[in-house]
Design a protein around this ligand. Structure first.
Ligand SMILES: Cc1cc2nc3c(=O)[nH]c(=O)nc-3n(C[C@H](O)[C@H](O)[C@H](O)COP(=O)(O)OP(=O)(O)OC[C@H]3O[C@@H](n4cnc5c(N)ncnc54)[C@H](O)[C@@H]3O)c2cc1C
Length: 385
């Protein structure tokens, strides 16, 4: 028997005329970027017919599967970025992340997304003294560069003593980022979906796009169900999956594996924690620990858009949990999952025309919660002129 997803249908005349005709703007992908683009497009074009097509039953890429850090960069991650990109570009990106977070919080409200300003922390173990010292030596200069962005005199501060308060084991140094917060990833996407629907925009889930043809007069959109739909313009917001639709765009998928524990009695950890240049991260949520990362342990294997977890990374995450985060406590993992990032040579997102009627807003990297709202809006602006 053919699988359900491989059954191809013809659109009936009724379906075509009532649901899929006269589309002004079609957005592919209902993550933070696609949904933010839809909201912006509605503000710019109140009467336009705007559709969002999402391949999954829910948006299933990164936006519903991330860690919910409202962050803009730890010291070591920013130093790493400065190895690749000029310093002024790194600060410009940090500013965009900061503004993106403000936009998201402003649009949806802190209560709806369960935003909590608990701060962020970068931790270093004794064997990472050299990396810590390099980071510590940049704090003063980084704080100066950040003051016009966050409005704080000392965004980063040393907070070594807090390691004991959080019950962490084997952590010698901690750098606190007071401007960082955390939010509830699921509630964020739910609030965005509700806003988009309230704005009269239809989101079709379970409807993947297989190909796009700019015909000059419009865009022919081939869907996985075999339907072909015409739209005036198309914005591709598929992040790590972008190469499937736009092979020329410089994005590659990067899988990230995540666990969440069962509730932990008297959990001491509070805040968003970064470790090993951001490759590992953990936080508290609902009296549990959410912990993820480790893709650097198997960089090639994790360059994939296939969901799943692996014994190697699961073991590394469990080790970090048991040795550092919850030492001496028997805590069960309640759930494992993975999400797909979109990364590239540069950290900067791609917001570019692909043809005269198709544009892409992709490659969000590891801080797409922060920058996603702006990227979506800029993508919509690019098409709407
Ligand atoms: C495990 C993990 C942890 C993370 N933690 C954080 C964090 O703490 N803070 C932070 O700022 N960022 C974090 N990120 C990054 C952040 O989640 C992403 O950068 C952001 O969600 C990207 O949003 P997006 O809308 O561009 O992409 P996505 O959310 O991936 O959305 C793309 C959508 O397109 C759909 N799609 C794909 N192909 C097609 C197609 N052909 N047709 C139709 N639909 C299609 C997908 O199903 C998906 O829903 C994390 C990412 C992961 C994976």
């Amino acid at each position: 028997m053919p699988k359900q997803s491989s059954i191809h249908y013809q659109l009936s005349y009724w379906e075509h005329t009532s649901f899929f005709s006269n589309i002004d703007l079609l957005i592919v992908g209902a993550g933070i970027v696609g949904l933010s683009a839809a909201l912006r497009a509605r503000e710019r074009a109140p009467k336009a017919k705007i559709l969002v097509l999402e391949r999954g039953p829910l948006p299933v890429g990164a936006s519903t599967r991330n860690a919910g850090f409202a962050c803009f960069g730890s010291v070591s991650e920013l130093l790493d970025d400065m190895q690749q990109d000029p310093e002024d570009e790194v600060w410009a990106l940090v500013e965009r992340r900061w503004k993106g977070l403000l936009r998201l919080r402003g649009r949806l409200g802190d209560t709806a997304i369960r935003y909590e300003p608990l701060g962020g922390y970068e931790l270093f173990r004794p064997e990472e003294v050299e990396r810590y010292e390099t980071c510590a030596s940049h704090i003063a200069a980084f704080n100066q560069s950040l003051q016009p962005i966050t409005g704080l005199k000392a965004t980063y501060q040393l907070a070594h003593g807090a390691a004991a308060d959080f019950g962490l084991n084997g952590v010698r140094y901690l750098i606190k980022n007071q401007a960082e917060g955390q939010l509830h990833t699921g509630e964020l996407v739910k609030a965005l979906l509700e806003k988009v629907q309230a704005a009269g925009i239809t989101i079709y889930t379970g409807l993947g796009v297989e190909a796009l043809h700019d015909t000059g007069g419009g865009v022919e959109v081939e869907t996985a169900s075999g339907w072909s739909i015409n739209a005036g313009q198309v914005l591709v917001c598929t992040n790590g999956f972008a190469p499937q639709l736009l092979p020329g765009v410089e994005v590659r998928p990067a899988r990230n594996q995540v666990l969440i524990t069962q509730p932990v009695p008297q959990l001491k950890v509070k805040g968003a924690f970064h470790y090993d240049r951001g490759y590992f991260y953990f936080r508290n949520i609902d009296n549990r620990i959410l912990l993820g990362g480790g893709r650097n342990l198997a960089a090639e294997a994790e360059t994939t858009s296939t969901f799943g977890t692996t014994p190697l990374i699961r073991a590394a995450l469990v080790r970090l949990l048991q040795e550092v985060i919850l030492p001496g406590q028997e805590v069960e993992v309640a759930r494992w999952w993975s999400g797909i990032l979109g990364v590239g040579q540069r950290k900067r997102p791609i917001i570019e025309p692909v043809s005269s009627r198709v544009a892409a807003a992709v490659r969000l990297g590891g801080m797409g919660v922060a920058i996603g709202a702006l990227v979506g809006e800029e993508g919509a602006d690019l098409l709407l002129g």
